[in-house]
Design a protein around this ligand. Structure first.
Ligand code: SF4
Ligand code: SF4
Length: 352
């Protein structure tokens, strides 16, 4: 089956709005599972509260050079939402708070924001750890991006990149024709700059996510397999592999509904609820900033437009560390994706 080339939003798909997605997710009774809140309550975690706010995850725009089948952002070349320099400056002001130690830049393809490099340079001045979620193919998409590995190196960026398989067939099926070959070339360019190489301090992490409606395999086993295959076949090295569960949001939700897998998948997630994973969900230590500066508990809540509420300022220009730290995290049924099995976060499993 040919992959979509347009976002759900562009095609006015019925699941393109957060309201419709929340309507589907909220109907847990017809799926035959408990509410996520009830599960949290049974394990003494309701209301779900942060333990701190160490990470600022900033979505600098929904524009992307790819249109991956499972994208929870519904990103693509047709998305025009881009963070302005003014909003970036508001983020920089908020980031003067010493409690926040890391900044995680995501998108879309964050590098497509015209102010991306300016923003990274300003962030570097603040001395925070910087993560960039680079989709790899952007490095080869246009000559103006070819020097990204050197730019990342200059600013000691931790590069985190999706590679759903070490085979071309599976990667291309999820991310588009030719993506695997370009990803391999980009990884070799990053390795040539010292990324993933011992002793350089330049960290290159890969992200695995399942290609269908099932939970990821054991993260450490996958990491060993990836390391062996990528080294033997392409002479590629990297640091850590993060195994991530697909959350039922946006294009993955559409995939589940379209393929009649929604009910089974939600049952699989709910049955695999793990209280230890629930205690370690990433929203307990982060806040997520949208392209327009609004604040959310995580990137998934951002895509569902579930802004911070209950008197907590919901825009980065009014960022208040204490209020964000003491907020109540907004939950819905998609949260089961973070608490199933070994747990799932932007940094992989949450229980080991
Ligand atoms: S998953 Fe990443 S690379 Fe793929 S469309 Fe979404 S933002 Fe772009
Ligand atoms: S989806 Fe977001 S709010 Fe829900 S548990 Fe996961 S990180 Fe927390």
């Amino acid at each position: 089956m040919a992959l979509a080339t347009k976002s759900l939003k562009k095609t006015n798909h019925w699941l393109s709005t957060p309201e419709k997605q929340i309507e589907v997710l909220s109907d847990f009774k017809s799926v035959g599972i408990k509410s996520f809140g009830q599960k949290l309550n049974e394990t003494d975690l309701l209301p779900l509260k942060p333990t701190g706010v160490q990470v600022f995850q900033i979505n600098v725009g929904k524009m992307c050079n790819q249109v991956c089948q499972h994208c929870h952002v519904d990103a693509g070349p047709d998305r025009k939402e881009i963070m302005t320099r003014e909003t970036m400056q508001q983020c920089l002001d908020a980031l003067k708070d010493p409690n926040i130690t890391a900044v995680d830049l995501t998108g879309g393809a964050p590098e497509m924001n015209p102010d991306f490099r300016w923003f990274v340079e300003e962030l570097s001045e603040l001395g925070k750890d910087i993560i960039v979620r680079c989709n790899l193919t952007i490095i080869l998409a246009n000559p103006k991006y070819h020097d990204l590995p050197a730019f990342f190196k200059k600013h000691k960026i931790n590069v985190v990149s999706s590679l759903p398989s070490f085979t071309a067939r599976r990667t291309d099926a999820q991310r588009g024709d030719g993506v695997f070959e370009k990803s391999i070339k980009a990884l070799q360019m990053l390795n040539a700059e010292g990324y993933g190489q011992e002793g350089t301090g330049l960290k290159l992490d890969l992200v695995y996510n399942p290609s269908g409606a099932y939970l990821p395999d054991d993260q450490s086993v996958l990491e060993m397999e990836y390391k062996r295959k990528l080294k033997d076949t392409y002479d590629i090295v990297f640091n850590d592999l993060f195994a991530i569960t697909n959350l039922p949001v946006s294009r993955f939700l559409d995939y589940l509904v379209r393929t009649d897998n929604y009910q089974d998948y939600m049952n699989e997630l709910a049955n695999a609820y793990n209280p230890m994973a629930a205690a370690g969900v990433m929203c307990r230590s982060m806040v997520s900033v949208g392209w327009d500066g609004y604040l959310y508990d995580c990137d998934f809540n951002q895509m569902l437009e579930l802004k911070l509420k209950n008197g907590v300022p919901d825009h980065v220009r009014d960022f208040d560390y204490e209020k964000v730290k003491n907020r109540e995290i907004i939950i819905n049924q998609h949260c089961f994706g973070c608490t199933a099995g070994a747990g799932s976060s932007c940094g992989g499993t949450t229980t080991n």
